[in-house]
Design a protein around this ligand. Structure first.
Ligand code: HEC
Ligand code: HEC
Ligand SMILES: [Zn+2]
Length: 339
């Protein structure tokens, strides 16, 4: 062996022993990050998987990511995300999948229905979006053909407007990370009501009152909510089955009584302070997969949002609320808004 070729040999040896394992472990990290986001704060399989009949309902592992019919009438269908070439994402490029997730644009360039919460995912960093795609590609490809959703007539206004992706460098402190996770987790969207016209109630941000009905483990927004007038008595015959989102601000009418420990306990157990069971219209069963550090960051950020005076309680019978215009427990105790 000449001197030069032995050097090359050493170099290649070093590459195989040092660089390749390093690359492989980078790929492992990316996959783990994608799995964490998709199954946790991103809650992809709440929609994109058949759920079991449990309470809380959880995705069936053997059909994970194979899509599901959310509403058979419209229909609204969350497509198969496994790498199957015919019925899943097998032929999609990485860029196409990222665009669908963050921008709500289908492979054919058409807008996806707002049921896919792209406005919330729009903030996802490039690294995180690619991690989710890498994870989806690691799913077992399953051939499962589903009908397509009926395209939405228009884009519905989301409480949280779409943003440009965050940069990894801008989500380093716990508060920054908490804000990022709250954005990805759609906390603002579910915990903020809208006016009769569907415009988000900015003054009631995180103040709760939005109503959901739970069906087959999935929390559908009860929309358009026909409350809005005190005389609209029982707005629907099964009103008792509706659950209003909670006020998660630090106002005394909200979760001022929460400590960080209570917050972690609530999300992890699906019981407020370990006691009252939360409806699974609140996707705690996914959020409970988040790390302690991430949940603490979420709580830290939530503690900085302005308090909203709005009493909402799901253990009391619904009454008309002059503040948010809906019927929910303790509604009658809220002061009308000056408009
Ligand atoms: C609340 C339900 C819901 C959640 C949560 C959700 N999606 Fe979707 N998603 C949908 C629906 C419904 C569609 C189809 C919309 C349409 O066809 O107009 C869709 C479409 C998509 C598409 C386009 C697929 C295709 O064949 O056109 C991709 C990719 C996708 N979602 C990925 C994800 C990922 C990744 C996550 C988690 C980070 C996620 N979704 C979370 C409901 C959801
Ligand atoms: C799909 C809608 C939805 C999303 C997304 C959502 N929530 Fe909720 N949340 C609800 C509903 C509905 C309730 C009320 C459940 C009940 O009272 O049984 C609730 C209740 C809660 C409670 C319990 C408050 C109490 O003590 O009564 C907390 C805390 C909470 N949510 C925090 C969050 C956080 C943090 C996020 C984002 C990471 C989030 N939620 C995202 C719908 C949602
Ligand atoms: Zn209200």
């Amino acid at each position: 062996m000449t001197h030069a070729s032995s050097r090359l040999f050493l170099f290649l040896g070093a590459f195989f022993f040092v660089a390749l394992p390093a690359l492989a472990s980078q790929a492992d990290d990316r996959l783990a990050r994608g799995r964490y986001l998709a199954n946790g704060v991103g809650r992809c399989f709440w929609c994109h998987s058949p759920l079991n009949d449990g309470d809380p309902a959880t995705p069936r592992p053997e059909t994970l990511g194979t899509g599901d019919v959310l509403d058979p009438e419209t229909p609204v269908v969350a497509p198969n995300l496994t790498p199957d070439a015919e019925t899943g994402l097998g032929r999609w490029s990485e860029t196409e999948v990222v665009r669908a997730i963050r921008e709500g644009v289908g492979r054919d360039g058409r807008a996806l229905r707002g049921d896919h919460p792209s406005a919330y995912y729009s903030v996802m960093t490039d690294e995180d979006a690619l991690a989710v795609v890498a994870y989806l590609r690691s799913l077992r490809p399953v051939r499962r053909s589903l009908p397509r959703s009926t395209p939405a007539k228009s884009r519905t206004e989301t409480v949280q407007p779409p943003t440009s992706p965050a940069k990894a460098t801008s989500i380093r402190t716990p508060l920054e990370r908490g804000r990022y996770l709250v954005q990805l987790g759609e906390c603002l969207g579910c915990h903020t009501t809208t006016t009769r016209q569907g415009t988000p109630f900015r003054e009631l941000a995180f103040g709760g009152g939005r109503r959901f009905r739970l069906e087959k483990g999935f929390g559908f927004e009860y929309a358009p909510d026909p409350s809005f007038t005190p005389s609209a008595k029982l707005a629907s015959p099964d009103e008792t089955k509706l659950v209003a989102s909670a006020n998660i601000t630090q106002d005394p009418s909200g979760i001022a009584f929460y400590t960080e420990g209570v917050f972690l306990q609530t999300i992890r157990t699906g019981r407020v302070a370990g006691v009252r069971a939360l409806s699974s219209a609140m996707p705690w069963v996914f959020f409970k997969e988040m790390t302690d550090d991430d949940l603490k960051a979420v709580f830290a950020y939530l503690s900085t949002v302005p308090g909203v005076r709005h009493r909402v309680n799901n253990t009391e019978p619904p009454t008309y609320c002059p503040l948010c215009g809906r019927r929910h427990g303790l509604g009658e105790l809220n002061a009308p808004v000056q408009r």
